[in-house]
Design a protein around this ligand. Structure first.
Ligand code: ADP
Ligand code: ZN
Ligand code: ZN
Length: 747
């Protein structure tokens, strides 16, 4: 009776259908949960993940298809990892397969590459039993077998490709010998990984605050979420390094995950880790981010999965890496919006990191000079343990003084301005030049000018595909849409009225660079933004020039604000910050404050007196006042009070339903239907539902976008309603794309 002895597997596939798929499994070895398989799906073969093994299937036997291939060389993904992806899928309202499979490196999702990929990762080691038995049992004439046995006896661990070179059927033979207990397959940590030798990089002695933070982290047992609030330059990295060292020394198989918000920040962290942990073999420290070549990403991922990588340094996607020995998670600059994935599975890597730490019962450190208000509020309530570094670590390095330059005042006094640069800022720049110090000009707008318009008829250059203006890019002589990438030559006259006097309005980094070059002859000026760093590796080269002192004035967007430990910057000028003060986005001021704190934090790190100059028309704004006092807690207190008053996060939990369609009417009609469905749900009245609205930039790439916001003071209620709503949404008809975003950052 086939049905009784047969084994079935329930497999997660990367398909937009919230279910597992049943297959028969007819290989000799038993299937394991967490194993990768290749299965037929429609007319294709796809890779899936075994989530359940069962003797019964609801699907009629004749309709069940069989697993085509299984990946037996790769140890299965752990139940904890599957639970993590299942949680993410559940919380962010996606099918499990759409979370679990994209979390794997591309190369692993291609069954034809399994063999080659995994061969290098697998090592065999002879056991004591094998050392005795093998020479006895091998026939004298079986030369290939003997060569293999000898190689095993003489090498500590034999890699599979090396074994294959000795014996063409090495895989099968070694499998048999494993079964006999003569050899062991080793895919865990190598012995050499365990020790950290004294010749490793010299660590500076921690100051008192750092020491206290370290003791708390290293002494934590079980799940403890730490909020490491350290002012810029307070030496948070040093605390991480010491915590990692303590962990590595205490436990030879422990793994740590360190996350940074941007690919650009990985090289400097990697260099610091390699210098400090120089005795670890190369593969013990790996990076995981989207900038890696496919093969490298797969190798690094496997090193983590096999336990060989002890420190995994990565961007948000690393939070879903398989880390069987995970014992510590660090999320640096935890407030950064880059931790939020904005398409596909819209997850917060920071939030998942905390969940993962809780699941595994390990500490997690969220570090920032300007924590997110969500995390700060957790600390205020005592749910997160706050660790404070209030002073800069380098002796003599003090936080810069902040000076506001009142633009209206400058104008009233009739003081000249050069392309938006005020006299106080220009003379501060000149002082730095004379002293051979560096300056940094921060402006969060790339391109030359955000608008090109005609005075005569009011024409403004817009994108034909989006409801947005195009940005002027002077060096490239192009107008470019920053939403869809549409490009066109800069017209020589107004296309509406023929006026040749069309003019750029407003300023971006390119225009400021040009103005500075005119105002500071001889100064070495460098611009760093998304445009100047398009080529791979170019950002790294440009930042090295700054560190090497080959730059006098650095102009840039938020790319220059984060993380970098510039030693000789003593002046930071901030242009055009005011626009964010009165945004309709309630998070704009939080973001602005964090950005300004970060960029200010680039000044004075080497111990020289330093200054931040902010050009503003609102010199009395409380945000600037708090900034001048370097008073994050004060800013957080008043902003949290406003949020509480206005029923905004973190005091409510929100979710968005987004619709994208050919016309705005279609998108809105879908959302109205969705809204009606929600209102009719049992429990639907327990969430607050807002009316569907078009997005501010309603059209991108000819697609019209609208959204509907729902919220609740209870996360559980919101989750409950979202789940119930899914079934209704899936049943709605319409030629459009929709998605649910939980805990959205941009509303
Ligand atoms: P943060 O990340 O908090 O902004 P960093 O980790 O970049 O700060 O540290 C700022 C500077 O202080 C770095 O140059 C670092 O080498 C130095 N530093 C950190 N800790 C110490 C210490 N205990 N003694 C001396 N210098 C330190
Ligand atoms: Zn015109
Ligand atoms: Zn466009």
């Amino acid at each position: 009776m086939p049905g009784v002895t047969e084994v079935f597997v329930r497999v997660a596939l990367d398909q937009p259908i919230p279910t597992l798929f049943d297959y028969r499994y007819s290989f000799a070895d038993l299937p394991q949960v967490g194993q990768l398989v290749q299965v037929p799906f429609g007319r294709r073969s796809v890779t899936g993940l075994i989530c359940e093994v069962t003797r019964h299937s609801e699907v009629p036997l004749e309709r069940l298809r069989a697993v085509e291939a299984h990946c037996s060389d790769c140890p299965p993904l752990s139940p904890a990892w599957i639970a993590l992806t299942a949680f993410a899928a559940d919380y962010y309202q996606r099918p499990l397969g759409e979370v679990a499979l994209p979390a794997l490196p591309q190369a692993l999702r291609d069954a034809t590459r399994w063999g080659r990929l995994l061969a290098v990762e697998i090592h065999y080691r002879i056991t004591a039993l094998g050392r005795e038995a093998l020479p006895e049992v091998l026939p004298a004439r079986a030369q290939a077998l003997r060569r293999l046995a000898e190689a095993l006896c003489h090498s500590g661990a034999l890699a599979l490709p090396a074994a294959r070179a000795l014996h063409p059927k090495a895989t099968a033979t070694l499998g048999d010998w494993c079964a006999a207990g003569w050899v062991e397959q080793q895919s865990g940590a190598l012995d050499t990984v365990a020790e950290i030798r004294p010749d490793d990089g010299i660590a500076p002695a921690l100051n008192h605050e750092q020491q206290q933070a370290l003791e708390a982290i290293a002494g934590a047992s079980g799940f403890v979420p730490f909020l490491l609030h350290g002012v810029t330059g307070s030496g948070k990295t040093e605390v991480y390094l010491h915590a990692l060292a303590a962990l590595m020394a205490a436990d030879a198989s422990a793994q740590a995950l360190v996350m940074v918000p941007e690919i650009n920040l990985t090289p400097q962290f990697e260099a610091a880790f390699r210098a400090r942990f120089a005795s670890l073999p190369g593969e013990a420290i790996v990076t995981l981010h989207s900038g890696l070549a496919e093969g490298e990403r797969a190798r690094n991922w496997l090193a983590a999965h096999l336990g060989r990588a002890r420190i995994v340094l990565g961007t948000r996607l690393a939070v879903l890496a398989s880390l069987p020995g995970l014992a510590l998670i660090v999320v640096d600059e935890e407030h950064e919006a880059a931790y939020k994935q904005q398409e596909g599975l819209r997850y917060s890597a920071r939030d998942l990191a905390v969940w993962r730490a809780k699941q595994l019962g390990i500490p997690v450190v969220l570090g920032s000079a300007t924590p997110s208000l969500e995390s700060w509020w957790q600390a205020e309530q005592g749910r997160y343990t706050r660790l404070t570094l209030a002073r800069r670590a380098v002796t003599d390095a003090v936080l810069p003084s902040v000076r506001l330059v009142d633009l209206d005042h400058e104008k009233r006094r009739g003081r000249p301005m050069v392309e938006g640069l005020t006299m106080p800022l220009l003379s501060a720049l000149k002082e730095r030049l004379e002293r051979g110090e560096q300056s940094l000009i921060f402006l969060n707008r790339r391109g030359y000018a955000p608008v090109l318009s005609c005075d005569a008829c009011g024409w403004v250059a817009g994108c034909p595909r989006c409801s947005a203006y195009v940005v002027l890019h002077k060096p490239e002589r192009m107008m470019r849409c920053h939403h869809c990438g549409w490009e066109s030559k800069i017209p020589s006259a107004c296309p509406e009225c023929g006026n040749v006097d069309i003019a750029p309005l407003g300023r971006g980094t390119q225009r400021v660079e040009e103005a500075l070059a005119g105002a500071l002859p001889g100064a070495r000026i460098l611009r760093i933004d998304a445009d100047s760093t398009r080529r791979k590796g170019s950002a790294q080269a440009l930042f090295s020039d700054v560190h090497a002192g080959q730059v006098d004035v650095l102009v840039g967007t938020q790319m220059i604000a984060k993380g970098h430990d510039f030693q000789r910057v003593t002046l930071v000028g901030v242009l055009n910050a005011d626009t964010a003060l009165f945004s309709h986005d309630f998070r704009a001021s939080e973001r602005l404050f964090a950005q300004l704190m970060q960029v200010s934090g680039r000044a004075g790190r080497g111990g020289l007196a330093s200054e931040v100059l902010i050009q503003t028309r609102y010199a009395r704004h409380p945000l600037y006042d708090a900034l001048g006092r370097h008073d994050y807690p004060g800013f957080a207190r008043s902003t949290l009070a406003e949020r509480r008053q206005a029923h905004l996060p973190p005091f409510v939990y929100q979710a968005l339903l987004r619709a994208e369609a050919r016309t705005l009417e279609q998108a809105l009609a879908f959302l109205h239907n969705a809204a009606a469905g929600l209102d009719a749900l049992p429990g639907g009245e327990r969430v607050t539902r807002y009316d569907p609205v078009p997005l501010t930039i309603v059209k991108v790439m000819h697609v019209h976008r609208a959204q509907l916001l729902i919220e609740s003071a209870s996360r559980a209620v919101l989750q409950h309603v979202l789940h119930a709503w899914q079934a209704h949404l899936r049943g709605l008809k319409g030629a459009l794309r929709w998605s649910v975003e939980v805990d959205p950052l941009d509303i």
